[in-house]
Design a protein around this ligand. Structure first.
Ligand code: AGP
Length: 618
């Protein structure tokens, strides 16, 4: 979603800001802009604001190559209030043109503030955004002290913000504040950086501080001073930004999504490394910091997440019940947080998130914590808000996932939850032999994935190509599965919607006959996920039901299951694995369907329309 970068230092700021914005592109946005504090011929300073609709590349073209100025802020906007236009792009300036503001989040009381500023202060608004009120409010309270002006402006605002403000009167200064939308400051040599995502800073500094909610920071080239919005001083120890595991460059791949699909054997190995313990048949997740006695005392497990992370949670909940006999459920975080859930002290919640910044998931965590529940994170981005809010948890170690459509994070999340289920299982119901067999099967997956991808991912003929041909010509596609494969079906449908914009629906296979089967006609492709598990025969009966109505069946089955394959127009075999582990393999063809269908339809694969990588608004 929206991204923020800022720089104050000795160097020309514009190239650094543009580079930072490029590194935030993966988050999803629709316009970009920057505000530079540039020297005037008269020896003073002025603000130079440049904004463009579209990609950062458009902004790069518009910024003069030798644009002066050693301080400035840059922004990528993902539209919430107001259409995608240059006028609505950030930065927004006050009516004197000497104060510029960039803002992530939502100002909830913007309508009343706007009315007040228009009626009482005679302000003429130039955009439809909620954010513009901030520029005018800062102006209203500005009497020469930038920090106090921003502090006073934020005192009358309700909502969420990561906000950064520059003043033409103060050439070496940025004021920034956070409330519900992340910000990080980074220290260089005679220079200081600001960003909404540490990924933007990785090329420049590793010494960083994460701002907490309701903090405000005065940033100069010498460093920063942080205080609470209520005026109390704050001191944070500088943290070391972890080295990113895996690369955030595309390399020889045409798209990040394809690269990330191919990275899965490696990212999965990283996730499993040292965590499965063959000697005991168990597993070790140090980040959970739970003794066997504490594991036994847990009465219920809730897994919270959104989108792909929720789908991983569905697999995790099934695994927890089956391996640990622990009552478990997965729930969409945005629903959980507002249903006034009943929580008891012996409940444990796992919050699953790739970005670690998803506002809905964060809200659900806070709700669980408010009610006395324990929440631990299953997160990819190290140091992210969710990881820090949970305090305890595990990282899934996928490495940077840049494509908006999640692929390698899904398989690592599933793997981390399977490892957790094994760990909990050994303390509860699972014997060493069963644990050892499950662990061995899990450790074999990266190798099986690699062989499958080698054989299928780049091939120009074969069942993946045939399936994609059926999908791209479809008006509507059905995904079916049962048990953990129902979660895989949901993930496959989500991918095809996001990347190829093909209308589709996923359903637990048996439930389909209770209504949605009415949608099936002679042209409808049905993707059925039918591994050779205890549900196989039942799901094949459901496949027969759609075949009887003329559906064109694409069937994902276990290698060697020729009987299942015969029911399909296109059959795709994936390696054998124990039932709970099958999602790690059966999702691979579905990821490729989305990628290849998106490619065939000319979609923007890595940055699908309307989507953001990190969804930081509710
Ligand atoms: C996945 O392809 C999506 N882009 C989306 O559903 C995503 O999984 C969801 O927004 C949750 O994000 P998170 O894992 O960063 O919390």
């Amino acid at each position: 979603m929206c991204g923020i970068v800022g720089y104050v230092g000795e160097k020309r700021a514009a190239p650094l800001l543009l580079d930072g914005l490029r590194r935030l592109e993966y988050r999803g946005y629709d316009s970009a802009g920057l505000a530079m504090i540039t020297p005037t011929e008269g020896g003073g300073y002025e603000l130079n604001v440049i904004r463009r609709v579209g990609f950062v590349a458009e902004l790069v073209k518009a910024v003069p190559e030798n644009l002066a100025g050693r301080a400035g802020v840059g922004h990528t906007r993902w539209a919430t209030h107001g259409a995608v236009t240059e006028a609505n792009a950030h930065p927004h300036v006050d009516s004197t043109g000497r104060i510029a503001v960039i803002h992530n989040g939502i100002i909830e009381n913007f309508a009343s503030l706007r009315a007040h500023l228009e009626e009482e202060e005679g302000v003429k608004f130039r955009s439809e955004t909620d954010s513009e009120v901030l520029a005018h409010l800062v102006r209203k309270f500005y009497t020469g002290d930038p920090l106090e002006a921003v502090r006073s402006a934020l005192a009358v605002v309700t909502g969420t913000w990561g906000v950064a403000v520059v003043f033409a009167d103060h050439a070496d200064l940025i004021i920034a504040s956070r409330n519900g939308s992340p910000l990080v400051v980074g220290k260089g040599d005679g220079e200081t950086f600001l960003a909404s995502d540490p990924h933007a800073l990785a090329n420049y500094t590793r010494s960083i501080v994460y701002l907490e909610d309701r903090e405000i920071v005065k940033i100069t080239r010498e460093g920063w001073e942080i205080s609470r919005l209520d005026g109390r001083p704050v001191s944070h120890a500088i943290e070391e930004l972890g080295i990113e595991l895996g690369s955030s460059e595309k390399g020889s791949f045409p798209h990040f999504m394809l690269k990330e699909i191919h990275e899965q054997p490696e990212s999965l190995s990283r996730c499993l490394l040292g965590r499965v313990v063959p000697e005991t048949g168990g597993a070790k997740l140090g980040g959970f910091d739970l003794t066997p006695r504490e594991i036994v005392a847990i009465r219920r497990l809730g897994i919270l997440g959104c989108g792909t992370s929720f789908h991983a949670g569905l697999v995790g909940a099934t695994a927890m019940e089956q391996l640990a006999r622990l009552p478990a459920f997965a729930e969409i975080a945005s629903e959980f947080r507002y249903r006034n859930p009943v929580i008891s002290a012996d409940d444990l919640f796992l919050a699953v998130s790739q970005s670690g910044e998803t506002a809905d998931t964060l809200g659900a965590i806070q709700e669980a914590q408010t009610k006395g529940g324990r929440v631990m994170g299953v997160v990819n981005v190290v140091g992210s808000t969710i990881a820090r809010t949970c305090g305890r948890g595990v990282y899934v170690h996928s490495g940077p996932e840049i494509a908006v459509a999640s692929t390698k994070a899904f398989t690592s999340q599933v793997a981390a939850l399977l490892v957790a289920s094994l760990m909990f299982g050994r303390s509860r119901m699972l014997g060493p032999g069963e644990g050892r067999a499950f662990g061995a099967d899990l450790l074999a997956v990266p190798g099986r994935m690699a062989s499958w991808l080698d054989a299928n991912a780049t091939s120009h003929t074969g069942p993946i190509v045939d399936a994609v041909e059926l999908l791209v010509n479809a008006r509507f596609v059905f995904f079916l599965g049962r048990g953990v494969s129902a979660a895989v079906a949901m993930e496959g449908a989500l991918k095809l919607k996001e990347v190829a914009y093909i209308p589709c629906m996923s359903y637990p296979a048996a439930e389909m006959k209770h209504g949605p089967i009415a949608l099936i006609d002679k042209q409808t492709p049905v993707v059925a996920i039918v591994p050779d598990d205890q549900m196989r025969d039942k799901t094949l009966s459901n496949v027969q039901e759609v075949r009887a109505r003329g559906a064109r069946v694409i069937l994902i089955h276990t290698e060697g299951d020729t009987e299942a394959a015969q029911l399909a127009e296109v059959a795709i075999a994936v390696p054998r694995a124990s039932a709970l582990i099958t999602p790690l393999l059966s999702v691979l063809p579905l990821q490729l369907f989305a990628y290849r269908a998106g490619l065939a339809l000319g979609r923007d694969i890595d940055r699908p329309r309307n989507l953001a990588k990190s969804v930081t608004v509710e």
